[in-house]
Design a protein around this ligand. Structure first.
Ligand code: HPA
Length: 279
């Protein structure tokens, strides 16, 4: 065990990956982390092998009821995929370095690409509930880095470059995929807030001034960890609501889940089309 920052050393990640490898007979190409209410993508996976997180040695456990808590391995869009149906958030009480775990396991299973998805509030006034936003960049000004603590050289360097966190060629690929599907994809910057409370209207005005187009409580740690270990990253936000103060309604989890369920199909179509178009 390394210091209190990160309870996992390289061996701990390896033992989780070894267990999963013993259950599947292929190398993972693409890892996909599913956001709140976006778990429906799992039903499109063929030759699916489902493994609950609780079976996996050292694995964190999900506490959010909108997140199932299992790996789904199989084929989707012509690729070998590993889906995480259920993600981990700092608001559940995990420290930021603990949140490195799922991405590092995917890396050890062979994934070269990470697709992240989330439910997010629309800060950009042009965004409507049900829109999908291609994440072009992110802002994380609060909380520790998931890379805090002793650096694990096996994964990457101490001071990784994040100038191109969201891989430019995958941004282009997603734009083309949306064109193929004839729907208009929004684009913008994802702004991280730790939650679990939604934001105040004043916070949303601040986020807007700082350059955020959408706001959410996840994703940014996973993408930083992916960049650290050299994975390519594609990110898609489902805008489930207008952010606080931009509509007359109060925010609720029910709305997030309802829009997630309604817009699930177009999200799934987009991810599948992106996978088909990947080399
Ligand atoms: N804020 C933060 N996280 C969210 C929101 C929001 O408005 N909607 C869905 N996830």
């Amino acid at each position: 065990m390394t210091a209190k920052f990160n309870p996992y050393d390289f061996q701990a990640y390896q033992s989780a990956a070894d267990y999963l490898r013993s259950k599947i007979d292929f190398e993972v190409e693409v890892g996909i982390i599913l956001g709140s209410a976006l778990g429906g993508l799992c039903e499109r996976v063929s030759e699916a092998i489902t493994i609950p997180y609780r079976e996996v040695p050292q694995m964190l456990s999900t506490t959010n009821p909108a997140h199932k808590g299992e790996f789904v391995f199989g084929r989707l869009g012509g690729k070998n995929v590993a889906l995480l149906s259920g993600r981990f958030h700092s608001y559940e009480g995990y420290n930021f370095p603990e949140l490195a775990q799922p991405v590092r396991i995917l890396k050890l299973l062979g994934a070269k690409t990470l697709i992240v998805s989330n439910a997010a509030g629309g800060v950009n006034p042009d965004f409507e509930p049900g829109d999908l936003m291609l994440i072009t960049d992110q802002i994380k000004l609060s909380g520790a880095s998931p890379l805090a603590g002793p650096n694990l050289e096996e994964f990457g360097t101490r001071f990784p470059d994040v100038s191109f966190l969201y891989t430019p060629k995958l941004l282009e690929l997603a734009r083309e995929a949306a064109k193929d599907l004839e729907f208009s994809l929004q684009e913008g910057v994802y702004f991280f807030m730790a939650g679990p409370q939604y934001e105040t209207p004043a916070e949303i005005r601040a986020i807007s001034l700082l350059g955020g187009d959408a706001v959410g409580m996840s994703t940014v740690t996973e993408t930083i960890v992916a960049a650290h270990c050299g994975m390519e990253v594609l990110g898609i936000s489902l805008i489930t609501n207008k952010a606080a103060g931009l509509s007359s309604e109060a925010l609720s989890d029910d709305e997030v889940i309802e829009v997630g369920n309604k817009s699930g199909k177009i999200f799934q179509d987009l991810v599948e089309r992106c996978l088909e178009k990947m080399e």
